[in-house]
Design a protein around this ligand. Structure first.
Ligand code: ZN
Length: 273
């Protein structure tokens, strides 16, 4: 599932590839991915509009059209890929919408499992998901004090709390496991019981892991693709995620998998206390 590093990569690619282009037509192949209005409304809202900016909010891509936003939430298997050339060449079974842009470019929205959603809003904060987002870890204002404040009154396990976008934006299952391994914190520990030294290690690990993942173009499990259609590379350097039964790279003991809030957590019970 695209998390902060993957969506950040998509946004940076789209900024380079489609900013300044105009929607000339929209071909809706499967309207089930469109939320908050009809296909006709979606089409009418976009045609003639120019993409003035592309930015990430949590795990969502915001295409700013100047007074209107197209918000794309890839969720599990959504892809937003820019390309050029004839549109007919590229239709895949999972292509749900084709945006025909000026300069013979297209933006494809592909989604194998249809969990993703696209919505037109006047302002991005009109979407509950965005309005309720906690601070963004890549924001320069995301200090250790901000993190401590967010975790102070949260009783659930730190792994579960890290994955709550209303607490901190953008962290999902892969990076929550990797971050907690990096800073040696037990994923089952209550968030509110972290000591200040643990909090400082956690803050450092959040920034390190997410920045490294962005630098590697994200993590490809399942079918994530960046805005220019590339796979990410961070899956080649994960230390715990998906590695249950394999030796810990630090102590050699077995990485274990447990389930927290219906999601898998991977960790080393020796290195993470
Ligand atoms: Zn270990």
């Amino acid at each position: 599932m695209p998390e902060l590093p993957e969506v950040e990569t998509i946004c940076r690619d789209l900024l380079r590839l489609v900013r300044g282009l105009v929607f000339e037509d929209v071909r809706i192949i499967d309207r089930r991915v469109i939320r908050g209005g009809s296909g006709a409304f979606f089409h009418r809202s976009l045609v003639g509009r120019k993409i003035v900016d592309v930015r990430r909010r949590g795990k969502a891509v915001v295409l700013d059209l100047g007074g209107l936003c197209l918000v794309v939430q890839p969720m599990m298997t959504g892809q937003l890929v820019a390309r050029s050339g004839p549109a007919e060449d590229v239709l895949l079974k999972e292509t749900k919408i084709v945006f025909l842009l000026s300069k013979r470019r297209q933006l494809l929205y592909n989604d194998q499992r249809l969990f993703g959603r696209l919505q037109i809003v006047a302002r991005e904060e009109d979407l509950d998901y965005i309005r309720q987002l906690g601070p963004d870890p890549l924001d320069k204002n995301f200090t250790v004090e901000v993190l401590a404040e967010r975790l102070r009154q949260r009783r659930p396990a730190i792994k579960t709390v890290l994955m709550d976008g209303r607490c901190i934006a953008g962290i999902g299952n892969i990076y929550a496991s990797e971050i907690l391994f990096r800073c040696g914190i037990d994923p089952c520990q209550s968030a509110m019981r972290l000591s200040m030294p643990q909090m400082m290690r956690l803050h450092k690990a959040v920034l390190e892991v997410l920045c490294e993942a962005v630098a590697m173009g994200g993590t490809t499990v399942r079918n994530y693709r960046s805005g220019d259609g590339q796979s990410g590379q961070f899956q080649n350097v994960v230390r715990v995620y998906g590695r249950d039964g394999q030796p810990c790279q630090v102590c050699g003991r077995e990485i274990v998998r447990i389930v927290q809030s219906q999601r898998s957590t991977f960790y080393c019970s020796h290195c993470q206390k």
